[in-house]
Design a protein around this ligand. Structure first.
Ligand code: FAD
Ligand code: SF4
Length: 513
């Protein structure tokens, strides 16, 4: 054996150039380790899905003739730490060369760099970090684009990406349809029609794997659904899911992107984030497929553009922010919020319908769509002053697609404004009015969406006005929030004081809401 090559749990791309040729001198290494299951408390489905997908790739590689060394969670030789296992493997195989793909997480990047810089490995093996061949951008591209700018506007980045990669571009440099952004058309509530497409995701029985994960003592939360796991676990299934999305959901994606309903948890979302983030799917194939669908006249431009923006815009942009701001980005707490998460984050057991639906759904499916994450759970967390680091750990644990490079900027930056507005131009907060407009949650809720004061009033309302009052400095200067402060200026002192009192009462009894 001359070379060991490490495949991390989110590097499950069978099309990586590594695998183009079989070489008997190369051993591919995959490991199921406690270090990775335990760095936060994870949703059970996330642990099962990642291990099952790792095993599927290992089988596929072995069938193609590659040599694979796979350490299962219950293997007695497994030391459950990356450095300890790597050390043992190097002893065993005595390779000259050790290759690994760009880790997407700062933590693992450091870990591997430190390991290969340490004695005795620095002298014994030559290590190389290679491109994971997944993203459109290099780690430092966003930082270079924004250079000295105070605010890193996504729209600026997005247009740059459209032009640079010629996505939905006509002629030399014109956006298709004459417009870069059709966001204004993407704001419809969903009233039951068109129907949500059927859920054709695969079904997997991984109860045996789950039993060995539990036997190893791994702690988790959420519904395991081990005998009926609905996530794509290999590339073939991921491509099928992409095709299903393109044909059935994409035509309505733009219209109902921000809608929420108790009757339909998936609506017209792709549920592709897991397949993308573990790299079973490549973002280019997704984007090219969507553009082709529009060019063939099968979907409206607004739907295609709205979807493409999520992938070449948001997804690459948050990654750029992550690499530009780490280490240290996870420590920001601009509003100095420090309230622990209410207990119902772990049960969904609250009388607030919107939060009960979003959190129960998250515990059930290890998934929630963007507006539930941002405008229900994140909105509440920011208004209530929850500790952003604790919230970050919750998001990192609960969602099937949560990997720090994408989760952290979304949670800490976009949703909690904890970075002081590097990423978001204003805090994403709202009163009940927005949630009511975009969902059916308020109907039948124990709280009254119209009331601001009193025990029965929707907690979002008092918290919302109190948030703006509490944070007038620095938010009042922000031209994008002028309206809220004009509104406050028209309220009398008694109302403002009553709102403050109600908000602090709510914050004092979050567990009871
Ligand atoms: P769709 O609605 O079908 O969108 C298509 C794809 O676009 C997604 O699969 C995803 O790859 C990409 N995308 C959309 N929005 C974003 C975004 N804001 N940032 C990055 N990519 C985006 N996404 C994650 O992949 N992992 C996370 O850990 C994560 N944490 C989030 C935390 C918060 C607080 C918020 C507000 C958003 C978070 N997102 C995260 C973004 C987004 O909510 C999910 O990507 C999306 O809900 C995944 O479901 P889907 O595949 O059905 O998405
Ligand atoms: Fe949520 Fe308030 Fe509406 Fe109830 S009334 S669902 S708490 S926004």
């Amino acid at each position: 054996t001359h070379t060991l090559r490490l495949i991390l749990g989110d590097q499950l791309n069978p099309q990586h150039p590594w695998f183009a040729q079989v070489d008997a001198g190369v051993v591919y290494v995959l490991m199921e380790i406690r270090q990775e299951t335990d760095y936060v408390l994870h949703h059970a489905q996330k642990i099962i899905a990642i291990f099952a997908a790792m095993r599927a790739l290992a089988r596929q590689l072995a069938q193609a003739g590659h040599r694979v060394h796979y350490l299962q969670i219950n293997d007695p030789a497994n030391q459950h730490s990356l450095p300890a296992n790597l050390g043992a493997l190097i002893e065993r195989y005595q390779p000259r060369q050790f290759d690994y793909q760009d880790p997407d997480e700062y933590r693992l990047d450091q870990h591997l760099k430190d390991f290969f810089a340490s004695r005795p490995y620095a002298a014994r093996v030559n290590s190389s970090q290679v491109d994971s061949k997944h993203f459109y951008t290099q780690r430092h591209e966003a930082a270079e684009l924004f250079a000295q700018r105070k605010q890193w506007l996504m729209e600026h980045f997005y247009r740059h990406m459209r032009l640079r990669h010629r996505v939905l571009i006509d002629g030399m440099d014109k956006p298709a349809g004459g417009q870069w952004n059709f966001d204004a058309e993407n704001r419809k509530p969903w009233k039951g029609a068109p129907p949500e497409p059927p859920d054709l995701r695969p079904r997997h029985d991984h109860s045996t794997l789950w039993a060995s994960i539990e036997a190893a003592g791994v702690q988790s939360f959420g519904e395991p659904s081990a005998d009926n796991l609905r996530w794509p676990l290999n590339r073939t299934e991921a491509v099928q899911q992409l095709e299903h999305f393109i044909c059935h959901a994409l035509p309505h994606f733009g219209d109902y992107q921000d809608a929420m309903s108790r009757k339909a948890w998936r609506l017209f979302h792709s549920l592709l984030s897991f397949a993308l983030n573990v790299k079973m799917l490549n973002p280019r194939e997704v984007v090219e497929r969507v553009e082709a669908e529009w060019r063939a006249g099968r979907v409206e431009l607004a739907a295609a553009e709205g979807f493409v923006r999520q992938i070449i815009g948001w997804r690459e942009y948050v990654r750029g922010i992550y690499w530009a701001q780490m280490p240290g980005y996870d420590q920001h707490n601009g509003f100095e919020h420090n309230t622990p998460l209410p207990k119902w984050f772990w049960t969904g057991n609250t009388r607030m319908n919107c939060l009960a639906a979003s959190i129960t759904g998250s515990l059930q499916h290890a998934h929630a769509h963007h507006i539930q994450r941002l405008m229900v759970i994140g909105n509440f967390a920011l208004l209530a002053g929850l500790d952003p680091q604790a919230l970050h750990r919750w998001y990192l644990g609960v969602y099937i697609d949560a990997f720090e490079w994408v989760e952290l900027p979304n949670t800490l930056g976009m949703s909690q404004f904890a970075d002081g507005g590097l990423l978001a131009t204003k805090p994403y907060v709202s009163s009940a009015a927005y949630i009511d407009r975009m969902s059916d949650y308020c109907k039948g809720c124990a709280y009254d969406k119209k009331q601001r004061l009193g025990e029965a009033a929707c907690p979002f309302n008092a918290l919302y006005w109190d948030f703006y009052q509490r944070n007038a400095d620095p938010l009042k200067k922000n031209p994008r929030i002028g309206m809220a402060y004009q509104h406050i200026a028209r309220m009398d002192a008694d109302t403002l004081a009553a709102l403050q009192a109600r908000a602090s009462q709510i914050r004092g009894q979050l567990d009871a809401l």
